[in-house]
Design a protein around this ligand. Sequence first.
Ligand code: G6P
Length: 360
Amino acid sequence: SDIEKGTYPHFMLKEIDEQPFVMRKIINEYQTEDSELKLDKNVRQAMKDCDRIYIIAAGTSYHAGLVGKAFIEKLANIPVEVHIASEFSYNMPLLSVKPLFIFISQSGETADSRAVLVRIKEMGHPALTITNVPGSTLSREADYTLNLYAGPEIAVASTKAYTAQIAVLAILAVDTAKAKCLELDFDPMQELAIVANAMEVLTDQKETIEELARDYLSKTRNAFFIGRSTDYYVCMEAALKLKEISYIQAEGFAGGELKHGTIALIEEGTPVIAISTQENVNYSIRGNVQEVVARGANDMVISMKGLEQDTDAFVIPQVHELLTPLVSVVPMQLLAYYAALHRDCDVDKPRNLAKSVTVE
Ligand code: G6P
């Protein structure tokens, strides 16, 4: 490959570190010189015309879609469903009258997503692809494309593409809200600039995260991530990152669901990593932490400034409550990275996985 690691031992670490720059690149690319949002006006029209959005994606891109759903529903007031591409084909939901399909794909080549695109184009529905590779299959075959501007992502475990997808979805949601003349007190570019700075603070704290990874994850067989609301979606992504490169059996759970089954798995020393960035669920997720600690769990709370407690393992800088996934995911990526290193795993090329899966 022409892309070099430079002084980095792995592409994954380089790509984690690139995230603040990707945020700033996205801010520049989606803004005019007079600081207005700059988006393909056909995309704007398609967003205005639809009565429901169907987000289709796989893996990490699916997790970004879950976060994007919240932006589009809260800011642009359009109902959104998020579907795993491979499942959509078997269980196609009843579609609305004017659906818009949004395909989220780093590579733009995922066969499961393409199968859905082919099918919905046959049905005559409009499609927008959000991808890091503008000339890719999903980009060419959709009606519209939004570019992620993340630069080539080489490591199999996706990092900067995930945060780029979330940032572009936030911009898309705000652009739609403006096009629909909706009330809005959220300046995405200003908030994303704050996010970029916060990411930098985090990538400067690698030693602290490495220690946490060593203490909690170097020996364990399994690990659980718990969160509520938007933190739950980040937990799903955190668990996927850990599974992919460290082979630790990991799962992300909604805090409130613990008592309905998962808590049975908690034993003496089981690592439970809790994310708390949302004021409205801070109290309840901390209740869940107490419940697992009472059963012997080795807890690690990662909270956002303003919601922190003395016993928390790590505190992330404060950002807008809608954008917390962009920041809370960074320590999760680094935890997975260092856990894999401590377990002598091949970080950039994990077993059994491919960067882009072009078979169904
Ligand atoms: C593969 C990769 C994942 C990725 C998924 C979707 O399974 O290993 O990291 O999230 O495909 O890829 P896409 O390119 O469509 O985002």
